[in-house]
Ligand binder design. Structure first.
Ligand SMILES: [Zn+2]
Length: 370
């Protein structure tokens, strides 16, 4: 069946034709056959009218951990990263991943307009993939590694997947380079948490501080750790981890020089402002990152640090951190075309245009242009 879908306004994210008033999308077998004025689309399929709404490309959540969904409302927040992490470690020891919680989280994400997630998995890739498939949500799984390892030959995961490291404080630097090299050799995206925690820069600069003590006490950092004498971002750059196929997650603790390095590297940065605020690590310098023209993406992070996987809430949170004059298109790019490009899924997602998946979201009224 060919379907002709009508909306009062379509924001395509295609720079050649960003806005179509009284627009239509022609769909067959889940793909877009055509996008244009309703008068050109209406006669070619079974009609469906979405009404007086603005539709945008389906949203891409660039950073989640769906396997932690059963920990919703069970983790200490608001008291900083270390209290949050200890609470998380304890809760994870208590029991296995709950598949029904993952299902529920994926359903909530889909209902709020998400069409695809980049999900970081450490343990239960099968559970996550099954939940995504059941709910018809696209996803790239990023298998997360940490610690130290000489060899890197990861077993395959179900569906579209790549590899990530947890962070530079939990992963040996040689191993981090090995994982990045594996991704590069396959033309796949790579991701890491970076500069999230207050004290992360102090750790890499001097090897000392409260955060270093925390990591040493939990044997996350080896005894006799030698700091590289760099900021977190400088360290990642010097290891060759930053390029246009890397998605750097968080970047809360970054200064002016770090922003320049990120911009020069071509890496994309995924902000998770609600998670940062709720854990208590501060706000990311979204304005400076945006002004430097770094491709920004948004992620909710997991239900262990946010109350919902509603990506529109992340858009609202980052809007509060940007100048009031920031265009709506720039905000939308963070949940559509930027993550599609960063994750290598631009063929299917990111725009409403011919050939791509027929996935859209309705723009909430409060986010219409101010
Ligand atoms: Zn995360």
């Amino acid at each position: 069946m060919t379907e002709a879908v009508r909306a009062r306004r379509i924001l395509t994210m295609d720079p050649g034709r960003p806005e179509i008033l009284d627009g239509g999308i022609l769909i067959r077998d889940g793909r877009i056959l055509a996008v244009g004025p309703w008068k050109d689309i209406a006669g070619h399929g079974v009609r469906r009218d979405l009404g007086a709404v603005t539709i945008v490309p389906g949203l891409i959540n660039a950073h989640t951990h769906l396997e932690l969904s059963h920990l919703a409302r069970r983790i200490t927040t608001g008291q900083g990263f270390m209290a949050w992490a200890d609470s998380l470690f304890a809760a994870m020891r208590e029991g296995p991943v709950d598949e029904s919680a993952v299902d529920l989280a994926v359903r909530d994400a889909r209902v709020s307009g998400t069409c695809c997630v980049a999900d970081v998995v450490a343990r239960e890739a099968g559970v996550v993939r099954r939940a995504l498939d059941r709910q018809g949500l696209g996803g790239i799984l990023l298998r997360e590694f940490s610690g130290r390892n000489r060899d890197f030959s990861p077993p395959s995961l179900p569906g579209h997947w790549s590899a990530a490291i947890h962070s530079l404080y939990s992963t040996d630097q040689g191993f981090a380079q090995c994982v990045k090299g594996w991704c590069l050799g396959r033309n796949l995206p790579f991701s890491l948490h970076l500069a999230e925690v207050p004290g992360e820069n102090e750790l890499f600069r001097s090897g000392r501080g409260e955060f270093a003590d925390f990591l040493l006490a939990r044997r996350i950092l080896p005894k006799g750790y030698e700091a590289p004498g760099l900021s977190a971002v400088e360290f990642a750059r010097d290891l060759g981890l930053l390029d246009n196929s890397t998605l750097v997650v968080h970047c809360v603790q970054v200064g002016g020089r770090d922003v320049e390095i990120l911009a020069e590297s071509g890496a994309s940065v995924c902000l998770c402002p609600r998670s940062n605020r709720l854990i208590g690590v501060g706000d990311p310098p979204a304005s400076a990152l945006h002004a430097a023209k770094i491709p920004l993406c948004l992620g909710t992070d997991s239900l262990a640090s946010v109350p919902s996987l509603d990506l529109w809430e992340e858009v609202r949170a980052v809007r509060r951190l940007l100048p009031p004059s920031s265009p709506l298109q720039d905000l939308l790019a963070m949940v559509t075309v930027n993550p599609a490009r960063a994750l290598g899924i631009l063929r299917d997602y990111g725009h409403l245009e011919t050939g791509k998946r027929a996935a859209w979201a309705v723009l909430p009224g409060d986010l219409e242009e101010r």
